[in-house]
Design a protein around this ligand. Structure first.
Ligand code: DAH
Length: 350
């Protein structure tokens, strides 16, 4: 084999390596030159047939060519590995200049702030705070509250019924008011009441009616109040309610008015109106609660003795209180979850 022949072979190998676009074809090309059946290997085998003086020179030349081919192979391997890595890095690139995702800080909803505020005020006056089921049975929601079946007063509260029944076969319903909590709480504390301990409780929570306009929502909140104690009457109710309103509105110049009304579970019954002396609502009577002396029939359904136990109850519309306190004119704003509206209450605290 001539020196030119070897040089041509090295060139040929370099070209073959250069056009190998990936490691598989590069290894194929390598086999053609350096493999068992490769051209260079064949030449090395051919050495045996040469006379001894040629063996050394030709052998050295073949070895040189082999080293040149191996060096070219190694260089191409490195180049291919580098470009594969560069391609992978480009494919998996992360744009670290994207701004991060901010976490918003939450805040209590204005209706919940109002509820917490009312709870704190009544607790400070010695009231317990209770809750109960939103899916109620007919007895607790209506019958026990002296609202007999087919009584027209039931139509005052158009109701959502649930596709399930109580033990007597009547459909369960979404409570239309928090008043069933009067019954549940008083019955649970019956023994204490017979032992002479007063029942003093408020029960805030969600209530439901088939109703929807600027001042009514199908879901809304009430706070029920109940005070059963010997000798307690309208004067007690008036005192408690006045103190509550003064604390709630941070205003000791407001006036209270009891307007005769009707509720099946109280007798006599009243609507409580409020009038501010100052502020944007000054001078107008604003209705804030239903109230009354608990009806003897209801006292009996509490499991108590109407001869011994008497007291008063009231029902506050929670959204109504929030609207008056914050100057909100449309109740639906509380439930639309528009952050531009809700954010305005996030720093107000309780
Ligand atoms: N439950 C009544 C309603 O939803 C509100 C109410 C009125 C509650 C008078 C009372 C009460 O406790 O004494 O319309």
């Amino acid at each position: 084999m001539s020196t030119e022949g070897l040089e041509a072979l090295v060139r040929e190998a370099r070209e073959a390596f250069a056009v190998s676009a990936d490691s598989v074809s590069l290894e194929d090309a390598k086999a053609r030159f350096l493999g068992k059946a490769g051209s260079l290997t064949a030449m090395l085998k051919g050495l045996a047939a040469l006379p001894p003086e040629e063996k050394r020179t030709v052998g050295a030349a073949i070895n040189q060519a082999k080293q040149a081919i191996e060096a070219a192979l190694e260089a191409r391997r490195t180049a291919l590995a580098e470009s594969a890595l560069a391609a992978q890095l480009a494919a998996e690139a992360i744009d670290i200049t994207l701004p991060g995702r901010a976490t918003d800080v939450g805040a209590p909803h204005p209706v919940m702030q109002t509820q917490a505020r009312i709870e704190a005020i009544f607790r400070s006056m010695g009231f317990d705070v209770a809750d109960g089921p939103e899916i109620e049975d007919d007895w607790h929601n209506f019958t026990a509250l002296n609202n007999p079946e087919n009584h027209p007063a039931r139509s005052m509260q158009d109701t959502f019924y649930v596709d399930a029944q109580d033990a007597s076969g009547k459909p369960l319903l979404l409570r239309t008011h928090t008043s069933p909590l009067q019954v549940r709480y008083a019955r649970a504390h019956r023994a204490e009441a017979f032992a002479g301990k007063p029942i003093r409780v408020i029960a805030p929570g969600r209530t439901y009616r088939v109703d929807s306009d600027a001042t009514h929502s199908p879901m809304f909140h009430q706070v029920e109040g109940l005070w059963i104690e010997e000798g307690i009457g309208f004067a007690g109710l008036r005192g408690v309610y006045q103190s509550f309103l003064e604390a709630f509105f941070e205003d000791s110049d407001l006036e209270l008015r009891f307007r005769p009304s009707y509720f099946p579970f109280t007798e006599p019954s009243a609507e409580i109106d409020l009038r501010f002396a100052r502020g944007p609502l000054a001078g107008r009577w604003l209705e804030v609660s239903g109230a009354g002396q608990v009806h003897p029939e209801v006292i009996r359904n509490f499991g108590l003795d109407p001869e011994r136990h008497a007291g008063f109850a009231f029902g506050i519309g929670l959204e109504r209180m929030a609207m008056l306190r914050y100057g909100v004119s449309d109740l639906r704003l509380f439930f639309e979850n528009d952050l531009r509206f809700l954010r305005q209450f996030s720093t107000l605290g309780l």
